[in-house]
Design a protein. Structure first.
Length: 150
Protein backbone atom coordinates (compact mmCIF):
# COMPACT_ATOMS: atom_id res chain seq x y z
CA UNK A 1 0.00 0.00 0.00
CA UNK A 2 1.32 3.44 -0.89
CA UNK A 3 2.12 5.99 1.77
CA UNK A 4 -0.59 8.29 0.41
CA UNK A 5 -3.22 5.58 0.89
CA UNK A 6 -1.98 4.89 4.42
CA UNK A 7 -2.36 8.57 5.29
CA UNK A 8 -5.87 8.67 3.83
CA UNK A 9 -6.84 5.52 5.76
CA UNK A 10 -5.47 6.98 8.99
CA UNK A 11 -7.45 10.18 8.33
CA UNK A 12 -10.69 8.24 7.86
CA UNK A 13 -9.97 6.20 10.99
CA UNK A 14 -9.30 9.32 13.08
CA UNK A 15 -12.46 10.99 11.76
CA UNK A 16 -14.52 7.95 12.76
CA UNK A 17 -12.90 7.92 16.21
CA UNK A 18 -13.34 11.70 16.51
CA UNK A 19 -9.67 12.06 17.43
CA UNK A 20 -9.37 15.85 17.48
CA UNK A 21 -5.60 15.84 17.86
CA UNK A 22 -4.84 13.66 14.83
CA UNK A 23 -7.26 14.46 12.02
CA UNK A 24 -6.46 18.18 11.64
CA UNK A 25 -2.79 17.31 11.07
CA UNK A 26 -3.68 14.54 8.64
CA UNK A 27 -5.88 16.98 6.74
CA UNK A 28 -2.90 19.33 6.50
CA UNK A 29 -0.79 16.49 5.09
CA UNK A 30 -3.45 15.56 2.51
CA UNK A 31 -3.75 19.23 1.58
CA UNK A 32 0.04 19.53 1.11
CA UNK A 33 -0.01 16.44 -1.11
CA UNK A 34 -2.82 17.90 -3.23
CA UNK A 35 -0.97 21.22 -3.49
CA UNK A 36 2.11 19.36 -4.69
CA UNK A 37 0.05 17.50 -7.29
CA UNK A 38 -1.43 20.76 -8.55
CA UNK A 39 1.97 22.45 -8.69
CA UNK A 40 3.43 19.44 -10.51
CA UNK A 41 0.40 19.23 -12.84
CA UNK A 42 -0.32 15.63 -11.83
CA UNK A 43 -3.98 15.02 -12.64
CA UNK A 44 -4.46 11.38 -11.72
CA UNK A 45 -2.88 8.71 -9.60
CA UNK A 46 -0.94 8.91 -6.39
CA UNK A 47 2.51 10.27 -5.75
CA UNK A 48 5.55 8.10 -5.23
CA UNK A 49 6.37 7.42 -1.59
CA UNK A 50 9.65 9.33 -1.98
CA UNK A 51 7.78 12.48 -3.04
CA UNK A 52 5.44 12.19 -0.05
CA UNK A 53 8.39 11.66 2.29
CA UNK A 54 9.91 14.83 0.89
CA UNK A 55 6.67 16.74 1.57
CA UNK A 56 6.50 15.34 5.12
CA UNK A 57 10.12 16.29 5.82
CA UNK A 58 9.41 19.83 4.65
CA UNK A 59 6.36 20.00 6.93
CA UNK A 60 8.45 18.70 9.83
CA UNK A 61 11.13 21.32 9.23
CA UNK A 62 8.50 24.08 9.23
CA UNK A 63 7.13 22.86 12.53
CA UNK A 64 10.59 22.58 14.08
CA UNK A 65 11.25 26.19 13.07
CA UNK A 66 7.94 27.20 14.63
CA UNK A 67 8.86 25.33 17.82
CA UNK A 68 12.04 27.38 18.12
CA UNK A 69 10.09 30.62 17.72
CA UNK A 70 7.47 29.54 20.26
CA UNK A 71 10.17 28.58 22.78
CA UNK A 72 11.75 32.02 22.47
CA UNK A 73 8.35 33.70 22.82
CA UNK A 74 7.38 31.55 25.80
CA UNK A 75 4.24 30.22 24.09
CA UNK A 76 4.00 26.77 25.66
CA UNK A 77 0.47 26.18 24.34
CA UNK A 78 1.49 26.66 20.71
CA UNK A 79 4.75 24.77 21.26
CA UNK A 80 2.84 21.75 22.55
CA UNK A 81 0.52 21.80 19.51
CA UNK A 82 3.45 21.93 17.08
CA UNK A 83 5.20 19.08 18.88
CA UNK A 84 2.04 16.96 18.62
CA UNK A 85 1.90 17.65 14.88
CA UNK A 86 5.57 16.67 14.54
CA UNK A 87 4.94 13.34 16.26
CA UNK A 88 1.96 12.63 13.97
CA UNK A 89 4.00 13.46 10.86
CA UNK A 90 6.90 11.32 12.13
CA UNK A 91 4.59 8.28 12.17
CA UNK A 92 4.69 8.33 8.36
CA UNK A 93 8.42 9.00 7.97
CA UNK A 94 11.12 6.31 7.98
CA UNK A 95 12.77 5.93 11.39
CA UNK A 96 15.76 8.24 11.70
CA UNK A 97 19.14 6.87 12.80
CA UNK A 98 20.44 7.68 16.24
CA UNK A 99 23.41 9.96 16.96
CA UNK A 100 25.99 7.16 17.30
CA UNK A 101 24.89 5.43 14.11
CA UNK A 102 24.97 8.76 12.28
CA UNK A 103 28.53 9.45 13.49
CA UNK A 104 29.71 5.99 12.44
CA UNK A 105 28.17 6.27 8.99
CA UNK A 106 29.68 9.73 8.45
CA UNK A 107 33.13 8.47 9.47
CA UNK A 108 32.81 5.43 7.21
CA UNK A 109 31.79 7.49 4.17
CA UNK A 110 34.58 10.03 4.79
CA UNK A 111 37.11 7.17 4.94
CA UNK A 112 35.72 5.47 1.82
CA UNK A 113 35.85 8.71 -0.18
CA UNK A 114 39.24 9.60 1.35
CA UNK A 115 37.94 13.07 2.13
CA UNK A 116 40.63 15.21 3.73
CA UNK A 117 39.31 18.78 3.96
CA UNK A 118 36.14 20.82 4.08
CA UNK A 119 36.40 21.13 0.28
CA UNK A 120 35.33 17.48 0.07
CA UNK A 121 32.13 18.13 2.03
CA UNK A 122 29.98 18.20 -1.12
CA UNK A 123 31.18 14.76 -2.17
CA UNK A 124 30.54 13.34 1.29
CA UNK A 125 27.05 14.90 1.55
CA UNK A 126 26.16 13.64 -1.94
CA UNK A 127 27.22 10.10 -1.07
CA UNK A 128 25.30 10.19 2.21
CA UNK A 129 22.13 11.53 0.56
CA UNK A 130 22.30 8.90 -2.16
CA UNK A 131 22.78 6.02 0.27
CA UNK A 132 21.01 7.18 3.45
CA UNK A 133 18.75 10.04 2.34
CA UNK A 134 15.66 8.86 4.19
CA UNK A 135 17.17 7.82 7.50
CA UNK A 136 19.66 10.59 8.33
CA UNK A 137 18.96 14.01 9.80
CA UNK A 138 21.09 16.18 7.51
CA UNK A 139 21.15 19.16 9.86
CA UNK A 140 23.12 16.95 12.27
CA UNK A 141 25.12 15.34 9.47
CA UNK A 142 26.32 18.69 8.18
CA UNK A 143 27.75 19.67 11.58
CA UNK A 144 29.38 16.25 12.03
CA UNK A 145 31.08 16.38 8.64
CA UNK A 146 32.39 19.87 9.31
CA UNK A 147 33.79 18.63 12.61
CA UNK A 148 35.43 15.56 11.05
CA UNK A 149 36.93 17.44 8.09
CA UNK A 150 38.57 20.30 10.04
Amino acid sequence: MSLEKKIEEKLNESLKNKDKTVFPTLRLIISAIKDFKIASKIKEGSLKDQEIISILKKMNKQRNDSCEAYKKAGREDLLKKEQEEISIINNFLPKQMGDEETKNICKKVIENLQAKSIKDMGKVMGALKKEYGDVLDFSKVSNLIKEFLK
